[in-house]
Ligand binder design. Structure first.
Ligand SMILES: [Cu+2]
Length: 71
Protein backbone atom coordinates (compact mmCIF):
# COMPACT_ATOMS: atom_id res chain seq x y z
CA UNK A 1 0.00 0.00 0.00
CA UNK A 2 1.29 3.45 -0.89
CA UNK A 3 0.62 6.86 0.60
CA UNK A 4 0.12 10.10 -1.25
CA UNK A 5 -0.56 13.57 0.08
CA UNK A 6 -2.16 15.99 -2.37
CA UNK A 7 -2.48 19.70 -1.65
CA UNK A 8 -5.94 20.78 -2.83
CA UNK A 9 -7.11 24.22 -3.85
CA UNK A 10 -10.72 25.29 -4.18
CA UNK A 11 -12.32 23.59 -1.17
CA UNK A 12 -14.44 26.02 0.85
CA UNK A 13 -16.65 23.90 3.06
CA UNK A 14 -17.32 20.41 4.36
CA UNK A 15 -19.37 19.73 1.23
CA UNK A 16 -16.21 20.17 -0.85
CA UNK A 17 -14.35 17.89 1.54
CA UNK A 18 -17.08 15.27 1.09
CA UNK A 19 -16.91 15.62 -2.72
CA UNK A 20 -13.15 15.14 -2.81
CA UNK A 21 -13.37 12.22 -0.41
CA UNK A 22 -16.07 10.62 -2.56
CA UNK A 23 -14.20 10.87 -5.87
CA UNK A 24 -11.00 9.56 -4.32
CA UNK A 25 -12.71 6.61 -2.65
CA UNK A 26 -14.52 5.85 -5.93
CA UNK A 27 -11.19 5.48 -7.72
CA UNK A 28 -10.15 1.86 -8.25
CA UNK A 29 -7.29 0.93 -5.96
CA UNK A 30 -7.96 3.54 -3.28
CA UNK A 31 -8.15 1.96 0.15
CA UNK A 32 -8.74 5.11 2.18
CA UNK A 33 -8.80 8.88 1.79
CA UNK A 34 -8.62 11.44 4.58
CA UNK A 35 -9.48 14.92 3.34
CA UNK A 36 -9.14 18.05 5.47
CA UNK A 37 -9.86 21.74 4.93
CA UNK A 38 -7.18 22.89 7.37
CA UNK A 39 -4.69 22.15 5.91
CA UNK A 40 -6.38 21.80 2.52
CA UNK A 41 -5.14 18.39 1.57
CA UNK A 42 -5.97 14.78 0.91
CA UNK A 43 -4.02 11.86 2.33
CA UNK A 44 -4.64 8.80 0.23
CA UNK A 45 -3.71 5.19 0.81
CA UNK A 46 -3.78 3.27 -2.44
CA UNK A 47 -2.65 0.13 -4.20
CA UNK A 48 0.13 1.15 -6.57
CA UNK A 49 -0.73 -1.77 -8.85
CA UNK A 50 -4.18 -0.31 -9.55
CA UNK A 51 -3.73 3.45 -9.59
CA UNK A 52 -1.07 6.13 -9.39
CA UNK A 53 -0.59 9.74 -8.29
CA UNK A 54 -1.45 11.14 -11.75
CA UNK A 55 -4.81 9.32 -11.77
CA UNK A 56 -5.62 10.43 -8.22
CA UNK A 57 -4.77 14.03 -9.08
CA UNK A 58 -6.93 13.80 -12.23
CA UNK A 59 -9.88 12.44 -10.21
CA UNK A 60 -9.74 15.46 -7.89
CA UNK A 61 -9.43 17.85 -10.83
CA UNK A 62 -12.37 16.24 -12.62
CA UNK A 63 -14.42 17.05 -9.51
CA UNK A 64 -13.56 20.73 -9.96
CA UNK A 65 -10.62 21.26 -7.62
CA UNK A 66 -6.92 21.85 -8.14
CA UNK A 67 -4.59 19.21 -6.81
CA UNK A 68 -0.82 19.13 -6.57
CA UNK A 69 1.80 17.04 -4.89
CA UNK A 70 3.69 19.07 -2.29
CA UNK A 71 7.26 19.73 -3.38
CU1 LIG B 1 -17.91 23.39 -0.46
Amino acid sequence: MENLTLAIKGMTCMGCVASVTRVLKATAGVKDAQVTLQPAQAQVQYDGAQTNPAQLKAAVEDAGFEASEPA
